[in-house]
Ligand binder design. Structure first.
Ligand SMILES: [Zn+2]
Length: 278
């Protein structure tokens, strides 16, 4: 995988170098099947496990980039967004002097499915509140709230790794995913603990759910200004929220903000150089 700089207006675009450079835009319209991971598909061409890299782009503040990939699955690496963040920081970030367009939520939207819940409410910043209730002695009920500004994504979210049991792993392998996965690229749960400790955060599990949510919401194609609340949701509900938001234009408006009122750069950005291969 390589990440290339791209001009303003490009957005985030995947390019399959093994398929004559076929391009798939990272937008809601191209969302394919969603289960353990989020996948994009266009004209039968698949890109799998997009959420951690897209999350890193939002966290670092990159709006425009081309991701070259010689395979259908993104590298899972350590199961977090941290290696992608470091790759982008090493390449450098170039501001593009074009105002960033935000998708500002004007009206609330709530989705429920059994005991799962996800919603978005009007706000002037991007905030996420996530709750999980996972039947495992180390997890149980966890809840994490964060406003994604002033480096809080980089400090609190980027390093949180994905988790699963050996049974999940086998199921994913059967679907042709996580080739090469091992204890190096996720927290492996055992019946009463974890195989490969220590945890990076005491509540690493719920922080990773925030990471996934941010990555899936990136499929809006714009940074969001809103308060997102999720309870036991997953990729399917995250991406359902995205398509519901985009479908109902009375829920939001496109705005630009000045750097002064926002205390961070409000222009688009790309990489200053090619991100080193992984
Ligand atoms: Zn994940």
């Amino acid at each position: 995988m390589r990440i290339l700089p791209a001009p303003p207006g490009t957005g985030i675009v995947f390019r399959r170098t093994d398929l004559d450079g076929f391009e798939i835009e990272a937008i809601s319209r191209n969302v394919a099947r969603v289960s353990y991971a989020t996948s994009l598909m266009k004209k039968g061409v698949l890109i799998s496990t997009t959420e951690h890299l897209l999350s890193a782009f939002i966290g670092v503040g990159i709006d425009n980039a081309i991701i070259e990939l010689d395979n259908l699955e993104l590298p899972i690496l350590d199961g977090s967004a941290q290696p992608f963040v470091e790759m982008m920081q090493k390449a450098g970030i170039r501001r593009q002097r074009r105002p960033r367009k935000y998708l500002k939520i004007r009206r609330e939207m709530e989705l429920r499915e059994g005991d799962k819940f996800i919603a978005v409410y009007p706000a002037d910043t991007y905030a996420v509140s996530y709750a999980i209730n996972f039947p495992h002695p180390l997890i149980g009920k966890e809840r994490f709230e964060v406003t994604l500004s002033n480096g809080s994504y980089l400090r609190n979210i980027a390093a949180a790794r994905t988790f699963g049991s050996r049974e999940d792993e086998q199921a994913m392998r059967n679907m042709g995913l996580i080739r090469g996965a091992s204890r190096e690229n996720c927290i492996v749960l055992t019946r009463d603990g974890i195989e490969n400790g220590p945890l990076r955060f005491e509540d690493e599990f719920v922080r990773h759910k925030v990471l996934d949510l941010v990555g899936d919401l990136a499929l809006l194609g714009k940074q969001i200004l809103g308060n997102v609340v999720a309870d036991r949701a997953g990729h399917a509900m995250h991406t359902a929220l995205v398509s519901r938001i985009l479908r109902d234009k009375s829920l939001w408006e496109e705005v630009t903000v000045s750097a002064e009122e926002f205390d961070r750069p409000a222009v688009t950005a790309s990489l200053a150089a090619v991100g080193s291969s992984l």
